[in-house]
Design a protein around this ligand. Structure first.
Ligand code: SF4
Length: 334
């Protein structure tokens, strides 16, 4: 078969895979991005638009994928605070930039929502107050402290129902000085078996999203709100997230990322203490300490709901612009 015919056949196969919602990064090629450049460029251009949705998922539709709404965070004072964030340095945040952001917050006594609400008239929440991280640890100290925290997690049995069923704890992994943290919900079955975050089909899709966004898994720190798998991967309970809060908050404090991407509503609740749906939280940056927080649909959902890929791609483009990564391809074009 002529080379062009092979390429055409390959492109058709990729489109088919994309339409099916399945990820496609050949294991060997994933190890060698340069060698797979042609394939990945094709993938980047087509992945998020393999099925062009006629419209964004409605709140009702989006709500179907989100976990049962809990009320445990409703009383959080943080969810009532807001900060208008923008104009940050693309490099690791400098104190001057931090001050500028902090000064952009709503004036004391003003309505924080009204003061930064979109012009459409729909009040979409911007959550959290930007507060610079504390003094940063040097790299060796971060590594040591994360390792100590991991040992505490391994010994933790605060959630009895979970602890007696888990196979392994899943602490998280990545550079201890990562600028970007990928924040998930809880381990699934395969992660529970292997003790690693975001593996299996959802993990492969995350890898693909990262590559399409000009990022690599090795560059980001990946962690979950819960360090243990709930039985049958059920929705994490309020008490379980609060039990695990000291662990993931300590992780974030040690790493001190500039950006946190929350994959799913449970992750968003853990970080932002908000009961808002993803549909109302996505599309703009929120704040957690000194990090800008982006909320989007989790890979496990995107595998089942191809139409939402476009929305996640829009969210990732926001992150890319912040990071100074050029968004060179128009989705849907080669
Ligand atoms: S989920 Fe977190 S708090 Fe609960 S047992 Fe596991 S490590 Fe401990």
């Amino acid at each position: 078969m002529h080379l062009d015919q092979w390429k055409t056949a390959g492109e058709q196969l990729l489109r088919h895979w994309n339409r099916s919602g399945l990820g496609f990064i050949p294991a060997s090629n994933a190890q060698d991005v340069a060698a797979a450049k042609d394939w990945l460029e094709l993938q980047e251009a087509q992945f998020f638009t393999s099925t062009e949705p006629s419209a964004a998922p409605s709140e009702a539709t989006a709500g179907l994928q989100e976990r049962t709404e809990n009320s445990y965070l409703a009383s959080s004072s943080q969810s009532t605070q807001a900060s208008a964030m923008g104009g940050l340095s693309l490099d690791r945040m400098e104190p001057t930039a931090v001050s500028a952001v902090a000064s952009n917050g709503p004036a004391a006594g003003s309505d924080p929502v009204a003061s930064r609400g979109p012009s459409s008239g729909t009040e979409l929440p911007v959550l959290g107050v930007f507060q610079p991280w504390g003094a940063a640890l040097d790299l060796p100290s971060r590594t040591v402290q994360l390792a100590q925290l991991d040992q505490q997690v391994k010994a933790c049995r605060k959630c009895e129902e979970i602890a007696c069923r888990r196979q392994r704890t899943v602490f998280g992994a990545g550079p201890s000085n990562a600028r970007i943290v990928m924040f998930g919900e809880a381990p699934e079955a395969e992660e529970d078996r292997k003790g690693e975050s975001f593996i299996g089909p959802a993990g492969e899709l995350l890898d693909k999203i990262l590559i399409a966004s000009g990022l690599k898994r090795e560059e980001v720190y990946i962690l979950n709100a819960l360090k243990c798998r709930p039985p049958n991967s059920r929705t994490p309970m309020e008490a379980e997230i609060e039990n695990c809060r000291p662990f993931f908050e300590s992780q974030l404090e040690i790493i001190q990322p500039d950006y946190i991407v929350c994959w799913g509503s449970i992750a968003a609740r853990a970080v932002l203490k908000s009961t808002e749906s993803i549909g109302r939280l996505r599309g703009r940056f929120h704040a957690y300490q000194g990090a800008k927080v982006l909320v989007t649909y989790p890979p496990s959902y995107l595998l089942r709901n191809v139409d939402a890929k476009r929305l996640t791609w829009e969210d990732m483009k926001m992150l890319m612009r912040e990071l100074g990564i050029p968004v060179t391809k128009k989705p849907g074009t080669k």
